[in-house]
Design a protein around this ligand. Structure first.
Ligand code: SAH
Length: 347
């Protein structure tokens, strides 16, 4: 019973931790020391806090636990990509991915266990959303990948994308708290400019982010700029329509002056005509934008098929002619099911 009552110490703010020590007759400063161990040094046990006295560590042990993730399984792709199966303190599992290029290491992290959305082409959508991740569970995924980057690539993590499992804007508060810790000098001290939050497009939350003047980048998984088409592959588009999305994005740009990136897969027979391209060009007009044409990663049943090269070329030519930046992105880590849309806890 005693154990059940113990609180997760990382749910406490620094102030609360300082207060705890003052209430115990110790100095508030002790709170700062422990806080540094918990976040900057990412300690997972009180025993590892070597500049804290034995008595104080025992006190912490009596009152708190440190809930933390465990990397259950690590798979390495032939292209260097690493996928972590991450076990949470309650036994649930999410996945995160380390993507190395010649100059960078990018962490692709999850924000929810499963996903509340229902995109027809995404493996994660087949799992129902079980729960939101806590800020520390997001932070820990980043720390694990930073460690792996140092170990295997001899350099720290350089970028983070919220493109793992889940819809980050449906777990907005915790994602924001995690980013605060990741960017704080008291955490990992990373620049927010190196962080991208990817969303399927939740207009209300995009406006909220704009109002809060967040400093990270925004990517939107668009896939079609025609309502009927988008609703057929991303059914929540019936509720969050393109016109609402566009209005929210215009607001975002007006407030942040930060360019929007669109993630876009071109599928055979779904969005591969000139009409689809023109709609995309039209959708992009209101603000500087960039389109990432991403490769489709088949997920079992074959209902979706990547469009042929001619269709991709048509997108590239038309976008460029209209002065919209476009890149064609190859997938990484396909052999270990670590590519976009493949995260589904197969193990
Ligand atoms: N829910 C957020 C975060 C997930 S990001 C979002 O939708 O943006 C995952 C990215 O991979 C999204 O751009 C998604 O549209 C894309 N994706 C999903 N399934 C895919 C697949 N099978 N092949 C390629 N990309 C896929």
């Amino acid at each position: 019973m005693e154990i059940d009552k113990k609180k997760d110490i990382r749910a406490l703010t620094k102030e609360q931790l300082r207060d705890f020590f003052v209430n115990q007759g110790d100095k508030a400063f002790r709170g700062n020391q422990v806080y540094e161990w918990l976040w900057q040094k990412a300690a997972y046990s009180f025993d590892s806090m070597t500049n804290i006295s034995k008595e104080t560590r025992a006190l912490l042990e009596r009152h708190f636990v440190i809930n933390h993730i465990r990397v259950d399984q690590m798979q390495r792709s032939t292209d260097g990509t690493i996928k972590n199966a991450v076990r949470l303190h309650d036994g649930l599992v999410v996945e995160s991915v380390l993507i190395p290029t010649s100059k960078r290491t990018t962490a692709c992290v999850s924000s929810q266990v499963g996903c509340s959305l229902d995109c027809k082409f995404c493996a994660t959508a087949r799992l129902k959303r079980m729960r939101n991740l806590n800020p520390d569970e997001i932070y820990d995924q980043v720390v694990a990948i930073d460690n792996e980057s140092r170990l295997y690539f001899d350099r720290p993590l350089s970028n983070i994308v919220f493109m793992g499992m889940g819809e980050p804007l449906m777990n907005y508060n915790n994602v924001l708290k995690a980013i605060e810790k990741i960017t704080s000098p008291e955490g990992l001290g990373m620049s927010p400019k190196r962080i991208t939050v990817s969303t399927s497009g939740v207009p209300k939350m995009i406006k909220k982010m704009a109002d809060e003047r967040v400093k990270f980048k925004l990517a939107v998984s668009l896939h079609s700029a025609i309502d009927e088409v988008r609703t057929s592959i991303m059914p929540f588009n019936a509720t969050f329509t393109l016109s609402d999305l566009r209005e929210a994005l215009a607001y975002w740009y007006q407030k942040t002056k930060s360019r929007i990136t669109y993630e876009y897969v071109v599928w055979h027979g779904i969005n591969d005509t000139q009409k689809d391209v023109d709609a995309l060009v039209d959708f992009c007009r209101f603000a500087p934008s960039k389109v990432n044409l991403i490769e489709y990663n088949p997920i079992d049943d074959g209902a979706f098929r990547q469009a042929n090269d001619d269709a991709i070329d048509r997108y590239v030519e038309t976008l460029e002619r209209n002065h919209i930046t476009v890149t064609v992105r190859r997938s990484r880590g396909k052999d270990i099911d670590a590519a976009c849309g493949q995260l589904a806890n197969k193990s």
